[in-house]
Design a protein around this ligand. Sequence first.
Ligand SMILES: Nc1nc2c(c(=O)[nH]1)N[C@@H](CN(C=O)c1ccc(C(=O)N[C@@H](CCC(=O)O)C(=O)O)cc1)CN2
Length: 280
Amino acid sequence: MQAKLIDGKAVSAALREQLKEEVAALAEDGITPGLAVVIVGDDPASKVYVRNKKKACEELGLHSEEYALPAETTQEELLALVDKLNKKPDIDGILVQLPLPAHLDEKAVIEAISPDKDVDAFSAVNVGKIMIGDYKFLPCTPAGIMELIKSTGIEVKGRECVVVGRSNIVGKPMAMLLLHQHGTVTICHSRTADLPSVTRRADILVVAVGRAKFVTADMVKPGAVVIDVGMNRDENGKLCGDVDFAEVAEVAGAITPVPGGVGPMTITMLMRNTITAAKK
Ligand SMILES: Nc1nc2c(c(=O)[nH]1)N[C@@H](CN(C=O)c1ccc(C(=O)N[C@@H](CCC(=O)O)C(=O)O)cc1)CN2
């Protein structure tokens, strides 16, 4: 392996130390940031993420509340809970764990969260603010990726940045954050013609397609920074990313592993957003 490993756990731990200081400073003013996490149903992965969010709140000294609702919860019941949390003074941030069961309207639920408490930054208001560069919160995964890129010491300005995947949660906001830092950004997707010829241009390649080991060594420019957002299982049931780590690490200049890359940053950025929300 020639690539430098971008250690998401280490970057995340360093940021959490800074956040602890911010929480302590707020405590002196009598403020304890509060996060409400809502989970509907029994998805095992979602349960793990929610548990880790609660643990992160404990580690940093944030107040947290978990609302675990049964899979058969109705849209009205979920919206009523969001409404209650919007009005709850000790709650600064609200997060509804995704994906929701299929009968629920995810978009309507996200839009019901007050934009000031939308610590995922998924609502149309917050997405719009990100577009114009006037935002309070950044979506957690793209924000975490920007921190990981920063940790490599490589400047985004003037670089060819290629984002593979165009989801509202990762691909689109990711492209916007790279653009804000003066990257030359291309978004690729399933209908991009000759994808390898585009990804090979990238100095910074971010992959969020949800397909195990989709990006291979021949698709990567030698020395590129490769960020893997994927969370898949390989043929042996082992957790793996969207990038074929073993072969791409021979070509890239720096690369994130899965696990231990982007994932840990997502929860740390959620903590940062909740603290920002509490500062009002
Ligand atoms: N409302 C939201 N829902 C979802 C989000 C989100 O940001 N907001 N993102 C993902 C899930 N997610 C956080 O909620 C998340 C995913 C993965 C990790 C993580 O630390 N992964 C570990 C591996 C974990 C494992 O062993 O399974 C890693 O990569 O090292 C944290 C958070 C979808 N839903």
